[in-house]
Design a protein around this ligand. Sequence first.
Ligand code: URA
Length: 189
Amino acid sequence: MTKEEALAEVAKRVGACERCKYLPDQNPVPGEGNPDAEIMFVGEAPGAKENETGRPFVGAAGKFLAEMLNSIGLEREDIFIANAIKYQPPGNRDPLPEEIALQLPFLKKQIAIIKPKLICFLGRHALHALLPEEVRPISVLHGQLIIEKGQAFLPLYHPAAALYNGSMRQTLLEDFAKIPGYMDQIGSD
Ligand code: URA
């Protein structure tokens, strides 16, 4: 099976997910991007636009994410974007820990298929989903490379939180600017 086929299989399972049935009337948003991506971005959960289209980060936060990718010479097509959970939580509330726990196997499978060199967390929910033992807040960890069991992670603020906050926006752009250097560092390890 190619990586594309394996990812398509995960997407099919997300769509047919028995365990997600308690999120009625929502469209699955499995994630999308380059199956050979060296960098993977993990957000929190789909919002209204993502639920409408079935695609991650296509609203205002997605536009800002694309801008930040461009600022370091990357396009959306170069990376893979997924979310900790694959359905919009009702009323757009924060995902519940049990929702994250139920849907986490999909994200873990996507990571196992893509094998990215670097996983960037967009916001604290993604950070805590994949590194549940990490107790330091994202306000401390943002922009700092974490290596855990041979996998590199980079916590970042969520672009939606930074959209209307000038100083957080600047911090996020500065943290993004560190990514190429981190990739060189990871590549030479
Ligand atoms: N916010 C997220 O965390 N994920 C999306 O896909 C869109 C907005």
